[in-house]
Design a protein around this ligand. Structure first.
Ligand code: ZN
Length: 339
């Protein structure tokens, strides 16, 4: 029966080719066009059926990452099976992000938002309001550490410092700076994406496993590189390195607290200078997106130099999360005299 139909089609096509010779190209084109349409329809129905909510272009889930390290891990795990965009442009300090009405609309339409509660109050609020059921909170994927010891004087300004009544979290949000925790994030993100788009579950899970492996290897490199050092105290611009310090048994002294824009009080500066002298600190660390002036003044006062320690909150000028972490390792090894 099938064969008969095929033979019939071939005969009819042959007839067209022979009888309407000037039109043969049109007939072939129409036939090929029909096949393409059939293929597209088949593809579309298999993936849009599985995606949750409004699927993106070509049936791929639309995924929004809040800022760079989350973009990096989502890109690794999602691969070409997601349509990925990022809320924080490169070079923007993510803690300060304000959302445009267009970005709020993007949050409303996304299939999944990958964010980290406690880093960006504007994103936290928009997710709670518009996308609570379509969000993946990276902080909920791992065990968090309590908020880093911040400047106790900062809270004197609380009356006018607090805007729009956003709730502050009581943990340190900079967890991507511990590659072992970030490996757990990769694995759980793979599971979450598999849930959102079951048709591509195998791809999400295998890329998540490969990413977790890369991060576990990086963790090993860090712990080996920082195992045997002359000093273990790290003075940084803002207290972003609590997880790194905890994981590799270093002691972080942040000049300002979790928020890099908060000005340290003179009392805090004096306290940090005292610790830096007592611990024979050779290097005061600054970061690219924060004005280094305070760190420079402090370095002069305690007879240290300055070097960059990247909190990797924004996309590095060159390389990626992995290479930026390795640069941090090299700078730490020099500052701490590691062998
Ligand atoms: Zn930060």
């Amino acid at each position: 029966m099938r064969l008969a139909v095929q033979i019939l089609v071939i005969l009819v096509l042959g007839f067209f080719l022979v009888v309407f010779l000037p039109w043969w190209s049109v007939a072939v084109a129409a036939f090929a066009g029909g096949l393409t349409l059939l293929a597209v329809a088949a593809c579309g129905s298999s993936s849009t059926g599985a995606a949750s909510g409004g699927a993106g272009e070509g049936g791929r889930p639309k995924v929004l990452a809040a800022f760079y390290p989350l973009e990096w891990v989502t890109q690794r795990v999602g691969g070409s099976d997601v349509e990925l965009s990022t809320l924080t442009s490169p070079g923007v300090e993510p803690h300060d992000l304000e959302l445009t009405p267009r970005q709020i609309a993007e949050i409303e339409q996304a299939d999944l938002i990958v964010y980290l509660k406690g880093v960006q109050p504007a994103v936290d609020e928009a997710v709670a309001e518009h996308a609570a059921d379509r969000s993946f909170d990276v902080a909920a994927a791992v065990t968090t550490l309590p908020a880093a010891e911040a400047d106790p004087h900062e809270h004197e300004e609380e009356g006018h410092g607090e805007e729009e009544g956003h709730e502050e979290v009581d943990y340190d949000p900079h967890l991507w700076l511990d590659p072992s925790r970030f490996a757990t994030v990769a694995t759980k993100l793979g599971d979450r994406l598999a849930e959102a788009d079951a048709a591509h579950a195998d791809g999400f899970r295998s890329r998540a496993a490969a990413t977790a492996k890369e991060l576990t290897d990086l963790d090993k490199e860090m712990s080996d590189g920082l195992a045997d050092c002359a000093r273990r105290t790290v003075v940084t611009s803002h207290a972003a390195f609590g997880y790194l310090a905890d994981r590799y048994k270093l002691k972080q002294v942040g000049i300002s607290g979790i928020d890099p824009e908060s000005e340290p009080s003179p009392a805090r500066l004096a306290e940090v200078a005292k610790v830096a002298k007592a611990e024979k600190v050779t290097t005061i660390f600054t970061e690219e997106l924060v004005n280094p002036k305070v760190a420079e003044v402090l370095a002069t006062e305690v007879g240290a130099k300055t070097a960059v320690l990247n909190p990797i909150e924004s996309r590095p000028a060159t390389g990626d999360y992995l290479s930026a972490t390795r640069e941090n390792l090299a700078h730490l090894r020099t500052a701490l005299g590691c062998s």
